[in-house]
Design a protein around this ligand. Structure first.
Ligand SMILES: [Zn+2]
Length: 320
C-alpha cells in the first residue's frame, strides 16, 4: 500500500472538503517565500492515488495508482524529503497495480504520442483557495458536480477556477468570474486541447461534444471550448474511437459548429429546447442530467440532409 500521508509533515490539518493541509514544500524551490500558513494541500483518493495543489504558489502534482510517478510528483516527494529509493519503491509498487484500463490508457498514450497529441504540465494560478460557500452555491445553481476539483479565487475578482486535465495531469485552466463584469472567463489553454477526456468512461459508446466547459461537466461530455473544432482537436477526438455526437449551442455561433461537424462526418444533435434553453447546461438545469442525455440521443442525426433541415429551422427561430 502506498500511503502518501506518512510522508507529510507532522504539523497538518484535515479540512471538511477532504484536503489535508500543511506548510507547502514547493514555494521556496520556485522563487517564492517559505509558506508558513499551511497552504499546501493534498487530496488523497481511496486507492492510494492523490493530487496536490499549492494554494500559495500554484504548483500542482498528482499520482495515479497503476501509473509511473510523474516528473512533478517526484519533485514534490523530493521536496518533502522522501528519499530517492523510497520514490523508486513507490513507482514499482504503483506499476504492480496496472489495470486493464491502465494498459489501454498506455496504448492510447502511445497512439497520441505518435500523432503528436500531448500537452505540457501547467500550474494553476497562485492565490487560489478551496471552493468557498459562494462558489459552491453557484455550482449548485448550475447543477454542476461538486466532486470535480474546482478551486476558488477572490483576486482580482471572485471566480471559480476549473483545472483542465489531460491524462489526469493539469495542463491548463479556466476561471469563471462570478460578478457580471467582462471578461466572464480567462483561460490558460494549449492549442488542440479538448476538455473532458478524463471524464470519459472506457466502455461508453458515445462521446458528446459541446462548446463550453460547464456543458461538458454537466453530462461528462467533451468541450472544444469555442464554436469550432480545429484539426488537432478533431484528431484527438477521433482517437478516442467513439461515436461522436456534436451538440451545438442554439445560437448563431453554434450553427457554425454544425457546419464543421458535418464536414468532419460526425453526427449532430439539436434537441427541441424552449427559447430560454440555449445550451446543454441550461437543459440540465431545467430537466436534469438523465433527461437531457435522452433528448440529446433522441435528436441525434447522422444524415447530412436532415442536419441541414434542422439547422434551417433553428436559424429561422433565432432570427424571429
Ligand atoms: Zn507552493
Amino acid at each position: 500500500m502506498i500511503d502518501v500521508i506518512s510522508f507529510l509533515p507532522a504539523k497538518r490539518k484535515q479540512t471538511a472538503s477532504g484536503w489535508i493541509s500543511f506548510n507547502a514544500p514547493c514555494c521556496v524551490h520556485r522563487g517564492d517565500t517559505q509558506d508558513k500558513r499551511q497552504r499546501g494541500g493534498i487530496k488523497p483518493g481511496t486507492d492510494g492515488s492523490w493530487s496536490y495543489h499549492c494554494f500559495n504558489c500554484g504548483f500542482t502534482a498528482s499520482f495515479v495508482l497503476g501509473r509511473n510517478v510523474t516528473f512533478k510528483a517526484r519533485k514534490l516527494l523530493e521536496w518533502m524529503n522522501v528519499p530517492q529509493e523510497e520514490i523508486e519503491r513507490i513507482n514499482l509498487e504503483s506499476l504492480k497495480h496496472k489495470s486493464i484500463e491502465g494498459l489501454l490508457g498506455e496504448r492510447q498514450a502511445i497512439v497520441n504520442h505518435l500523432q503528436n497529441i500531448g500537452f505540457e504540465d501547467r500550474d494553476l494560478p497562485a492565490d487560489t483557495q478551496p471552493l468557498s460557500a459562494t462558489g459552491q452555491a453557484y455550482l449548485n445553481s448550475r447543477k454542476l458536480p461538486l466532486d470535480y476539483p474546482f478551486l476558488y479565487k477572490t483576486m482580482p475578482r471572485p471566480g471559480i477556477v476549473v483545472p483542465f486535465t489531460h491524462d489526469n495531469q493539469v495542463v491548463g485552466h479556466t476561471t469563471r468570474f462570478l460578478d457580471d463584469r467582462t471578461p466572464k472567463y480567462i483561460q490558460d489553454i494549449q492549442p488542440g486541447y479538448v476538455f473532458g477526456t478524463d471524464l470519459q468512461n472506457a466502455n461508453w459508446q458515445y462521446a458528446i461534444v459541446v462548446e463550453g466547459v460547464f456543458d461538458a461537466l454537466s453530462i461528462n461530455g467533451l468541450a472544444v471550448l469555442h464554436a469550432d473544432v480545429n484539426d488537432a482537436q478533431a484528431r484527438l477526438i477521433r482517437n478516442l474511437g467513439r461515436d461522436v455526437v456534436v451538440v451545438p449551442d442554439q445560437d448563431e455561433p453554434g450553427m457554425r459548429l454544425v457546419d464543421r461537424a458535418v464536414e468532419l462526418g460526425w453526427s449532430v444533435s439539436m434537441p427541441e429546447w424552449p427559447a430560454d434553453v440555449k445550451d446543454v447546461n441550461d437543459a440540465v438545469i431545467h430537466w436534469g442530467r438523465l433527461a437531457t442525455l435522452i433528448t440529446i440521443l433522441q435528436a441525434r442525426e447522422t444524415s447530412r440532409i436532415k442536419i441541414e433541415l434542422r439547422k434551417k429551422q433553428l436559424v429561422k427561430r433565432l432570427r424571429t
